[in-house]
Design a protein around this ligand. Structure first.
Ligand SMILES: Cc1cc2nc3c(=O)[nH]c(=O)nc-3n(C[C@H](O)[C@H](O)[C@H](O)COP(=O)(O)OP(=O)(O)OC[C@H]3O[C@@H](n4cnc5c(N)ncnc54)[C@H](O)[C@@H]3O)c2cc1C
Length: 479
């Protein structure tokens, strides 16, 4: 889809980081009419065969970029989410297609899985076709935000009108916007290690105990005390991706904070002997285990630096607590929002106003998702006790719907309404709404422009709820 507005001035953007969010943002800005250069520190071959969940809010963006038929070919639909105990193996309940239809009611786009490597390739191709320039093996070490200049590790310097920081969860550029101390982040108490492996389904099904797993269109969530295991089918039904999200107590350095091959979970101090036998077997079958350590993320208070020249996107902007599935979708929403806003710029004088618009549109959403994920995962990983008991009871009720009981729509919406709001978010519609209210004022000559009242703007674009802060998330259980 071409943006209907056409920019009146061509700006130079440097995007730092060529991961999914960086590629998506570069494409979106280039499509809006600007010059875009991506600087990526790796050689560009870093991909994973693991699956990336694309919730309707992300699928919608991909479709609007003309990828509908590509998705029809490569995406794996998700029509059932199963909840099981990670240790006893008990099946508690499932969100089936009938229930999911209530949850995603107004959403035209589906919930699908894509392989990380495939999605990466598709975005790269879009970027190259559109004319984005990409430089690999270029590591950015610092910024001069006021000048829009980037300092490279090899001593070079590149200047642009705007810098987009898409350098991931442990972004070094984030602190230029948020003024956080990255060292403090490293010292954070709660660390998480994420393991990922992909197992060929044919190999897995040679084992009788695993034959009930790996059903096409199913997403299995195994819930443990403080941890969770997520499994889904990808690669045209050929592979099963297993992701274990577990607390981590070992040392943190630049090595552990990147995706690395791991011999086993023990090498990260994680004992899996307590897991259900099927999960243990899956890990035994794995010969491509990778791991990455995450520090406890904090929600940013701003996504744009005070001088309006540095913008955060993707996990650099909102490092959501690992283990959920919103991290990638948020990067696509950022990309769509930025492209859609910068397609409307007519004069350099408007840069600060457009970046303010980005901040105003995306920050409440980012804060909402951040808090939601903390609550949601608190419930999923609840230790044995009252929260876990209520959670399990709610999930067993879901199980009853699957055996023919009439679906109680109110109960579904009470338990899953938060999820509904997250996955039906429409990034371009939010820009349209915002522009409808404040666009005329943005387009005024600089001398006559005054910022709209920030408070009223935030309220106008808060999630379609009465509050920008999520009430208790999943299952309405206080955590
Ligand atoms: C190799 C890899 C495999 C992944 N596999 C999966 C998967 O299977 N399933 C899943 O759900 N998610 C996966 N993810 C995570 C997923 O892509 C992200 O959670 C999400 O898409 C957010 O993407 P991002 O672009 O913000 O961050 P990232 O994907 O982390 O990308 C950040 C990019 O910035 C680059 N970078 C960092 N610092 C600098 C610097 N100083 N200078 C220049 N470049 C820099 C990094 O090399 C990286 O390419 C993977 C990520 C990576 C990098």
């Amino acid at each position: 889809m071409e943006y209907s507005n056409s920019c009146g001035v061509i700006l130079k953007f440097v995007v730092v980081g060529g991961g999914l969010a960086g590629l998506a943002t570069a494409y979106s800005l280039k499509k809006a009419g600007h010059d875009v250069l991506i600087l990526e520190k790796s050689d560009g071959t870093q991909r994973s065969s693991g699956s990336v969940p694309s919730s309707p809010n992300m699928t919608k963006v991909l479709k609007s970029w003309g990828l509908e038929s590509t998705l029809d070919t490569i995406a794996q639909a998700c029509t059932r989410v199963n909840f099981l105990h990670a240790e006893s193996g008990e099946f508690l309940g499932a969100l089936t297609a009938a229930v999911l239809d209530i949850v995603k009611k107004d959403s035209v786009a589906g919930f699908v899985f894509l392989q990380h490597c495939q999605l990466h390739d598709i975005l790269l191709e879009l970027c190259l076709q559109e004319g984005v320039e990409i430089h690999y093996n270029v590591s950015v070490s610092a910024l001069e935000p006021e000048e829009g200049c980037i300092m490279l590790e090899d001593g070079g310097k590149i200047c642009a009108d705007l810098v987009v920081a898409a350098d991931g969860f442990h972004s070094i550029l984030r602190s230029y916007v948020t003024e956080e101390d990255p060292e403090e982040e490293l010292e954070s108490e709660a660390k998480i290690v994420l393991f990922r492996t992909t197992i060929p389904i044919a190999r897995m099904h040679q084992h009788q105990s695993l034959q009930g797993l790996g059903t096409l269109e199913d997403w299995d969530w195994w819930m443990g005390d403080g941890y969770v295991v997520r499994c889904s089918v990808t690669n045209d039904g050929q592979d099963y991706t297993v992701v274990l999200v577990h607390p981590y107590h070992g040392p943190v350095d630049s090595n552990t904070m990147e995706w690395r091959q791991a011999p086993n979970t023990k090498s990260y101090g994680v004992d899996i002997t307590k897991l259900d036998g099927r999960l243990r077997k899956l890990f035994r079958l794995s010969n491509n285990l990778t791991a990455r350590v995450y520090t406890s993320p904090r929600a940013a208070e701003s996504l744009v630096c005070p001088c309006s020249r540095v913008i955060l996107v993707g996990e650099a902007a909102h490092p959501v607590i690992p283990g959920g599935y919103h991290a990638t979708a948020m990067g696509f929403e950022d990309a769509e929002t930025l492209g859609s806003l910068f397609a409307r710029i007519q004069d350099r004088d408007q840069i600060a106003r457009i970046t303010t618009a980005y901040d105003e549109i995306r920050l409440p959403r980012a804060t909402y998702v951040h808090e939601y994920e903390i609550g949601y995962q608190g419930v999923l990983k609840a230790a044995q006790g009252p929260v876990q008991q209520i959670r399990d009871q709610r999930m067993r009720q879901l199980g009853a719907f699957n055996t023919g009981a009439e679906i109680d729509e109110d109960m579904i919406l009470e338990g899953w309404g938060g999820e509904l709001m997250l996955i039906t978010h429409d990034a371009s519609e939010k820009v349209e709404d915002w522009w409808g209210q404040y666009g005329a004022s943005i387009m005024k000559p600089a001398s006559t422009y005054s910022l709209p009242d920030v408070q009223s703007m935030r309220i106008s674009i808060a999630e379609n709820t009465t509050s920008a802060s999520p009430s208790v998330s999943c299952f309405a259980i206080p955590v």
